[in-house]
Design a protein around this ligand. Sequence first.
Ligand SMILES: [Zn+2]
Length: 196
Amino acid sequence: MIDRGTGASARALGVEGPVAGKTGTTNEGRDTWFVGYTPRLVAVVWVGFDQRDVLRLSGAQAALPIWADFMRTALGVVPATVPEPPPSITFREVDAANGKLATTWCPVVIREAFLASTEPREFCPDHGPAATVRSFFRRLFEIRPLAPRTAPSSPGVRRGDEDRPRGERLASKGRLPRPGLPTIRARYALHRQGRS
Ligand SMILES: [Zn+2]
């Protein structure tokens, strides 16, 4: 539907009801398009110069207002009904930022249509308890690194270790924080060493 993305501008231009659409702009802005439809009506608008001069406008700027102007009138004659998706289309709730299957912790979730068997199968790795704990420790350890000042500023990261908090990596290599560091970090590192 047209409530999201570039087509959402059609709403602002006064097109109401269930319609779907997409803009298009070719390289260098020589051709701009908007295609939009309802179950009973489809309209495509192309804007460009016959001599293929550069237009310097996007599909949303050039073609969409013309499409909207036409549809506002046409929908009065051929009212839109809600389109029925064909059986080959499946719907999934996905994280708007990464397109992975949404979890209850994802901040922005959208319902997306997929051709059956092309839908995402992996859950969002960026939100949820594990990701929250990971980013908490990442922030905690990156604000004031555990490594002494003389050590290289970025200690080598073993393959597969990239996702672990930095302090955990250091602790697992046997490095302990210097005395006088905030208690929570020292305690965490000691715990990793099995001493608490
Ligand atoms: Zn997410």
